[in-house]
Design a protein around this ligand. Structure first.
Ligand SMILES: Nc1ncnc2c1ncn2[C@@H]1O[C@H](COP(=O)(O)OP(=O)(O)OP(=O)(O)O)[C@@H](O)[C@H]1O
Length: 592
């Protein structure tokens, strides 16, 4: 059940919450050293650049009236020198900060990936993959600049502002007050749009997440889309999501544009006032032409950091919307994890006990209720029954992919909730319904079951499941590259490869969920022979709809009505003439 569909917006915190930034400081602190160096370089570069108007004032008021050509050349060279040094310092700083930004991204992304690897099945059941991907890839990218350059720039811009104000007041205090006069108007505008702006950026992150989720779903389901010729319909859905995204983006940008627009107009206003007041109201003896020139240059320079700070503020607001999502993912509880002081599960013999197990995916909706059974070490168990009865759920619980809602599952008398997940799962061979193939060679894919397996072991496992023949038919044999999800392979070939992968680990408990459903009857018969040998002495749980494949199992459990409705050997169940008998005879009739 999709509880968080692609077109359902995720919940967001309404007020701006500084806690997300405080938390991000953990990542920033690791970059303290390069950030301090970059900061010093930037401060130097800004300080040098600030001397330019003073040089200009000196040239206009002193050097030119004195017709001092030599002085003019030296001052021009000095001006050029300030530019060159500023550029060099800025280039070094930008290199350092690019590295810092990438290191921050690397750290956040590594933490996210590590956490995602640990999150239980339930987490992935509940949300579209696209919404997870966008957090790890796009959101992390989006916050990197703010967390690296953004912080430094903010401090620099504030310092810059103080410096400029100091220089300005040193030149002319009255005209400086005039320049500051625009500030209250600007602060008023910012306060007015603050909340709307934050909401607008939250909406952008929501809609881009929805669009990504749908895109991901559409790509995964492209075959079904084309089979049912739903391309036009899907295009419509995608267009709707894109239009939603565009409109929230436009709204967010509207607020962004409002800021430089206000700053531009205020700069023009204060510069005009300087000319007006300087030239008309004050005496030329007090305010020289050089002073007016320097002050109008400072006016533009004073408003530039204000504009930059406002832009940074926009970026911070934007980044907080993304940080919320990133930290939400990092805070997602790992509900299936080792309990404190979890023990190592000793080498498994293979007894499996369900002790009054109740399980619900969604609270209150029990899929299994008070389930009790005991499987001896080495016994082979078939789980059969109608679709949706709970067979996969039973095997998922044995491997503790979900926690039981009530009751206990014991392996050799050890409650699986008390042992480490690694010691539990590493001793089990689990083949899920979805025989997932990773990109890489066939050899790599089989080796996934046991990373230190030798080539001989891998080939032996492939031979047992009758995969060796078809693998060798490929031009590059075991070294054949396969695509993600194994799109170059047939369904049956994929199943055989993942079967070999499961067997490679030589597990004491083997779980096969529809392991042979896509394999042709002849290969299956061959495979069955090898498998019978292999299953000897191991506990196995085999889920199969084709009953002919499991009739030789020691015990068959018919799963229905939230539990085991019938259990016994094939002959016993046939003699009972119950549900298993009906199912088996129906399948036999169909086969005739
Ligand atoms: N992740 C999930 N979240 C909520 N409900 C689920 C989830 N997975 C399965 N279910 C429900 O639990 C019930 C048992 O599902 P399960 O996959 O165990 O059945 P099954 O017997 O293996 O079916 P099949 O033979 O079709 O594979 C079904 O009603 C299904 O809708």
């Amino acid at each position: 059940m999709a509880r968080n569909k692609f077109d359902i917006d995720e919940n967001l915190e309404s007020p701006f919450n500084i806690k997300h930034f405080k938390r991000a400081l953990v990542y920033i602190k690791r970059q303290k050293k390069p950030m301090i160096i970059a900061f010093v370089l930037s401060a130097l570069s800004a300080g040098i650049a600030l001397s330019a108007p003073l040089i200009m004032q000196h040239v206009v008021d002193v050097t030119i009236p004195a017709k001092d050509k030599g002085g003019l050349v030296w001052l021009s060279l000095l001006m050029l020198g300030t530019i060159v040094v500023s550029v060099i310092l800025a280039t070094i700083r930008s290199r350092i900060m690019t590295r810092v930004g990438q290191d921050i991204i690397f750290d956040i992304r590594s933490d996210l990936f590590k956490h995602l690897q640990e999150l239980p099945f339930q987490y992935y059941d509940d949300r579209p993959q696209g919404k997870i991907l966008i957090r790890v890839v796009n959101y992390v990218n989006s916050v990197s600049d703010v967390l690296s350059n953004g912080i430094i720039n903010l401090i620099l811009e504030i310092l810059n502002l103080i410096f400029i104000a100091a220089f300005m007041f040193a030149v002319d205090a009255r005209l400086s007050l005039l320049i500051l006069g625009g500030l209250p108007i600007f602060i008023g505008i910012m306060l007015l749009i603050k909340t709307k702006q934050r909401r607008a950026w939250q909406a952008v992150s929501n809609k881009s997440s929805n669009m990504n989720a749908y895109l991901q779903e559409s790509i995964s389901g492209i075959r079904v889309t084309q089979i049912f010729t739903r391309e036009k319909h899907n295009e419509g859905t995608f267009t709707r999501l894109s239009v939603n995204y565009r409109s929230v983006w436009m709204r967010a940008m509207y607020f962004n544009f409002l800021v430089p627009f206000s700053v531009d107009n205020l700069t023009t206003l204060v510069t005009t006032s300087i000319y007006f007041v300087g030239l008309l109201a004050l005496s030329p003896a007090e305010v020289t032409f050089g002073v007016i020139l320097a002050m109008s240059s400072y006016a533009a320079r004073f408003w530039q950091p204000i504009l930059n700070i406002s832009n940074l503020y926009n970026s911070f607001i934007n980044a907080v919307a993304y940080l919320e999502r990133i930290f939400e993912t990092l805070d997602e509880p790992v509900t299936v994890s080792d309990v404190p002081n979890a023990r190592e599960l000793p080498a498994i013999k293979g007894r499996v006990t369900f002790d009054d197990v109740t399980f619900a995916y969604d609270p209150g909706v029990n899929v299994l209720q008070n389930l009790k059974f005991d499987v001896k070490a080495g016994e082979s168990i078939a789980l059969v029954g109608p679709t949706g009865a709970g067979k996969t759920t039973v095997v998922n619980l044995i491997s503790r992919f979900y926690n039981v809602t009530d009751g206990r599952i014991l392996i050799d008398g050890n409650d699986i909730a008390d042992v480490t997940l690694k010691s539990l799962r590493s001793q089990m061979g689990i083949m899920l319904q979805d025989s997932f193939i990773f990109s890489g060679t066939i050899m790599d894919n089989i080796r996934y079951g046991k990373l230190d397996a030798t080539e001989e072991e891998i080939i032996a496992a492939a031979k047992t499941v009758c995969a060796d023949d078809f693998i060798r038919e490929f031009e590059h044999g075991y070294m054949t590259e396969v695509n993600e999800r194994g799109s170059k392979l047939s369904q049956g070939q994929r199943q055989l490869i993942s079967f070999a992968r499961t067997l490679l680990a030589n597990p004491r408990i083997l779980i096969l969920d529809e392991a042979t459903s896509s394999i042709d009857a002849q290969t299956e018969r061959l495979l069955q022979k090898g498998l019978n040998e292999l299953l000897k002495g191991r506990t196995s749980f085999i889920i199969a709809h084709r009953l002919s494949t499991v009739k030789n199992c020691d015990r068959i459990m018919y799963v229905a009505d939230k539990g085991i409705a019938e259990a016994g050997s094939h002959d016993e169940l046939m003699a009972q003439r119950g549900r298993y008998y009906k199912l088996y005879t129906a399948q036999k009739m169909e086969a005739m």
